[in-house]
Design a protein. Structure first.
Length: 255
């Protein structure tokens, strides 16, 4: 495992080093690389003696983030493709072709959000035959982590890292930014759920100093339910089912 971690650090350093100074988007290349590798790991197809992984990856960006790619888009696609190839080799995955990464604009995404969609495409056996492709996987939506301030030179005692809160629906995955986040259908909400039965600012997620989460109704029209019970507020545990409007999501804590 130490050799694999050394490889991950080296290749991520390469991706970050080539583009970080010129890349003005809220979505950073090193974060794209990590999430692309995660999607590869999550979409394995096992045969008798092989483990196949997707070879086509579409990265959906907001309009503003896509524009900020500028003239680096093609170079970044090639760099991320090479990263996925090395990741597959390190994990002993099988690929039908070299991984292909391409960017797409999705106007539904906000600045700093990005989605990844994977697909396993088989090359044609005969000339003129169309490529055979498996059904497209669902698009997983991520939020770019907040930019960190430079580390202080003062040495401090190590602290335990708190788990990341995630909202999971049937077709979306939203990482909760920070310790307080508003959920609603408004574009101004921290976690946007496009359900007409959800209020513009429906509920708020709050994390206490000891890492405990709760959800609080913000005087919404239809209220909130936690594990089927209608409540004005409730503490949340990993795996709890929360219903806002007609949308039910799973509250997940990832360490």
């Amino acid at each position: 495992m130490s050799l694999f971690r050394n490889f991950e650090a080296r290749i991520e350093g390469l991706v970050e080093g080539v583009f970080s100074r010129a890349f003005s988007s809220e979505v950073q290349p090193v974060e794209l690389a990590r999430k692309l590798a995660k999607e590869m790991d999550s979409h394995q197809t096992a045969s008798v003696s092989r483990v196949y992984v997707p070879n086509e990856y579409t990265v959906h960006l907001s309009t503003d983030d896509r524009e900020k790619l500028g003239g680096y888009e093609r170079s970044l696609e090639q760099e991320l493709s090479g990263y996925l190839l090395e990741h597959a080799r390190a994990r002993s995955y099988d690929l039908l072709t070299r991984p292909e990464v391409k960017f797409n604009t999705d106007e539904r995404l906000r600045l700093g959000e990005f989605g990844i969609q994977t697909r396993l495409v088989k090359t044609p056996a005969r000339e003129g035959e169309k490529p055979r492709q498996a059904e497209e996987g669902r698009t997983m939506v991520y939020s770019a982590p907040p930019k960190q301030k430079p580390a202080s030179p003062v040495t401090s005692e190590p602290t335990n890292r708190l788990p990341v809160a995630v909202i999971e629906t049937d077709n979306r995955r939203i990482e909760v930014p920070g310790s307080r986040a508003v959920i609603g259908r408004s574009d101004d909400a921290d976690c946007v759920l496009p359900d007409p039965n959800i209020s513009r600012r429906h509920a708020e997620l709050r994390r206490s100093a000891d890492g405990q989460w709760e959800i609080v109704d913000m005087k919404s029209t239809n209220g909130i339910k936690v594990n089927g019970r209608r409540l004005p507020s409730s503490s949340l545990r990993d795996g709890d089912q929360v219903t806002l409007g007609t949308t039910t999501f799973r509250f997940v804590l990832e360490r």
